[in-house]
Design a protein around this ligand. Structure first.
Ligand code: ADP
Ligand code: MG
Length: 539
């Protein structure tokens, strides 16, 4: 026996679940209702362009107001409105999205509509019941000779719908705020929510007599229309009181996914100053979240700015991203754009790039360490600096050392210092003998060195106080020491006894009176082990 049928849902059971669990944050009811008002307005504009609406558009502002006494919040628009039939169709049917329907219907005639309409799940409206005990809709459609419609629902599955007098086109949504949601009757609270989610919506939003949003934020414009001042100004709007950014990347792609945005390189000196979660994610100019973990590669989380993509798959609650193939593509794209930008800066203005290196070096190294693809690009524009302050790219430095190295063996030995002051004697000794010494004293440098040793062919890194330098020095026999052999032996024994550490190498040399007569070194691997233990790695 076989039977087929359809599963039924008891709305009275589902309703409380939607109210309680669909959205993690109650405050987003305002984002959803304002988005609907914006959608309604965009649709009307679309219909106007298509010739389906021939009337006057008139004032199109969306107004949000609150009446503390009456305990109501009202969201009004002059969009396309709804007839009573449409209310039944779009509002009474949960999870039927009029937004999706509109996009489907007009996608051939008006391709832009797809990118402008925010709604997609057909659930947003019901978020009103998270904060309201009763919701009213007053609406009048743009269609000629339709009457106004009035819908009331108290959050149960019962509603009432009747005709009403409404003179102007559009929709008023009136929320009768529930006892437990008093906070939303505070104008300051509402303003905060509007600022967070609606600040860049494409239709003007008015609250308390003021327009709260910028309808055309700079990321929606073409880079050619914008000046450096525009970018800096926008940065300071996003992050008031912060230092101007070093530079920025304007993202603009429409294939294979849609994404716009601006990523800024903040001015930071050390790891502690790095602030994560400074990138804001938008979808069609509606703020979604600043948790961009899946969209932006880990090392790029240090950047600031805005990413806007209608193609980032959001779940109904929109706060959660669904990691999937599209997100991975976006991730790869952003990494590539950032690498390209750095390569361009390096190519076009090497001096300027070198000046910025102290600010971007840490970031580039972090990227190289955490992302293979980024390493492959960055290996050509990552810089190292010697104690004299001169910058080299990695290939340049390898070549330089090879040309300079007296010991013409297979291996290129790069000497470096992690503390030019404390290791001054060693640095001096190496320099006196014609060796160059790199300054690798940053917080990520020990990892960076490890990576370079793996990646660069035939190249080893030795800290100036490692025993290698002693060996290099020993190879040069030409110069006479100022100490006699006897002095040397005595000194060496004296020091060895004092240190009593077999692993340390004591070398008594002093080629000139300025030289430190005794150089005590530890094999490179020993020191690295110690460093690691100190760093808490434990090996
Ligand atoms: P979505 O926006 O995802 O489609 P919603 O639950 O937010 O779903 O809204 C359902 C539908 O109700 C919308 O698609 C739209 O057709 C209609 N609607 C909601 N608010 C308005 C409004 N202010 N003006 C006109 N239609 C609206
Ligand atoms: Mg909606």
């Amino acid at each position: 026996m076989q039977e087929k049928g359809s599963i039924s849902i008891h709305t009275e059971n589902i309703f409380p679940i939607i109210k309680k669990f669909l959205y993690s944050d109650h405050e987003i009811f305002l984002r959803e209702l304002v988005s609907n008002a914006v959608d309604a307005t965009q649709k009307l504009k679309s219909l106007g362009q298509l010739g389906e609406f021939k009337g006057e558009l008139g004032e199109l502002k969306v107004k949000v107001s609150v009446d503390k006494e009456a305990r109501t919040i009202t969201i009004s628009d002059h969009g396309l409105g709804m007839t009573a039939e449409e209310i039944k169709k779009y509002i009474n049917q949960i999870a039927f999205s009029g937004a999706t329907e509109f996009v489907e219907k007009y996608k051939e005639k008006d391709a832009a509509a797809k990118d402008q309409i925010i709604g997609q799940f057909g659930l947003g409206f019901y978020s009103a019941f998270m904060v309201a005990r009763e919701v009213e809709i007053f609406s009048k459609s743009y269609k000629e000779e339709t009457e106004g419609a009035h819908w009331v629902c108290d959050g149960s599955t019962e509603f009432s719908l009747e005709t009403t007098e409404k003179s102007d086109r559009g929709t008023d949504i009136v929320l009768h705020v529930a006892e437990d949601s008093d906070e939303f009757l505070e104008p300051a609270r509402l303003k905060g929510i509007l600022n967070k989610y609606c600040k860049f919506l494409p239709i003007e939003i008015e609250f308390e007599g003021e327009v709260i949003n910028q309808t055309a934020p700079i990321w929606t414009k073409q880079p050619s229309e914008l000046t450096d001042e525009d970018y800096v100004k926008f940065y300071q709007e996003l992050y008031p009181f912060s230092e101007p950014p070093l530079f920025w990347i304007h993202l603009n792609v429409d294939y294979p996914f849609n994404l716009t945005g601006i990523l800024y390189f903040p001015k930071v000196k050390d790891e502690l100053q790095f602030q994560r979660n400074k990138i804001q994610l938008y979808s069609r100019q509606v703020f979604i979240t600043d948790e961009v973990k899946d969209v932006v590669p880990e090392f790029l989380m240090l950047l600031h700015g805005v990413i806007d993509s209608p193609d980032i798959p959001l779940n109904v609650s929109r706060s959660f991203l669904q990691a999937d193939a599209a997100v991975r593509k976006i991730n790869t794209y952003i990494t590539k754009k950032v690498a390209d930008k750095l390569a361009e800066l390096y190519r076009k203005d090497r001096a300027g790039y070198e000046q910025k290196w102290s600010d971007i070096g840490l970031f580039v190294k972090y990227g190289m360490l955490s992302d293979e693809k980024f390493y492959d690009k960055a290996k050509d524009f990552a810089l190292v600096q010697n104690v004299g302050g001169k910058f080299f790219t990695l290939p340049e430095y390898q070549e330089f050392v090879q040309a300079n190295q007296k010991d013409k063996s297979e291996q290129t030995v790069v000497l470096y210092t992690t503390d030019a002051e404390a290791q001054h004697g060693f640095v001096q000794a190496a320099q006196d003998r014609g060796y160059d010494v790199l300054k690798l004293d940053g917080p990520l440098d020990s990892h960076f060195i490890g990576q370079l040793e793996q990646k660069l062919e035939k190249t080893t890194f030795k800290r100036v106080d490692a025993d290698t330098i002693g060996k290099l020095i020993e190879k040069e026999e030409s110069t006479e020491s100022v100490l006699s052999d006897d002095d040397k032996t005595k000194l060496q024994e004296l020091y060895k006894a004092a240190i009593s550490n077999e692993q340390m190498h004591v070398q008594v040399e002093a080629l000139s009176p300025q030289d430190a007569p005794v150089i005590i070194t530890l094999p490179e691997f020993m020191r690295r082990m110690k460093d690691m233990q100190r760093a808490g790695g434990g090996g």
